[in-house]
Design a protein around this ligand. Sequence first.
Ligand code: URA
Length: 193
Amino acid sequence: MPTIDQLRAEAADCKRCDLWRNATQTVFGEGPPHADLVLVGEQPGDKEDKAGEPFVGPAGRVLDEALARAGIDRAGVYLTNVVKHFKWEPRGKVRIHKTPTARERGACRPWLDAELAALQPKVLVCLGATAATTLLGRDFKVSQRRGQLVDSPLAPHVLATVHPSSVLRGPEEERAINLDLLVDDLEVAASVL
Ligand code: URA
């Protein structure tokens, strides 16, 4: 079975779909190769695309804060995304995130499956609807089942929560409560680690 480093090297040249054309680079998962906890987001954003690392932009800062408050050390976590290239469209000078299609998610899926096979995590957390519906089924509703442990062959303990960027997108006056709720869900993950 390929190691995470071997997979990362292979994925660097990935052309399974067309997203590589407008992206700077493949942003593969990152973290210890034997991490017990794996977090899966949607796709790299603008900052991640440039840096080549997942969750280093604004959503990553929210995630860092939530992980710290849940007592989880980010350095011990493997962070990855369903889709490994940044999908965007121009709006003026800014590159705006576009949600990847089912075809693009499917094209990228072998990388995520290979990561999970190599990592064999004890706990898997889906961050947001793209990760949750990709990994837990098309009909999975994060709004109804967030923070609940669900049965899945993917890992002994699996749950979904919102994407950290939703905390930033929501109304300013709801940010603190939405962050608290994200922390609550990550505490559930911490409790089964
Ligand atoms: N959003 C994601 O889903 N993943 C990242 O790596 C950054 C932002």
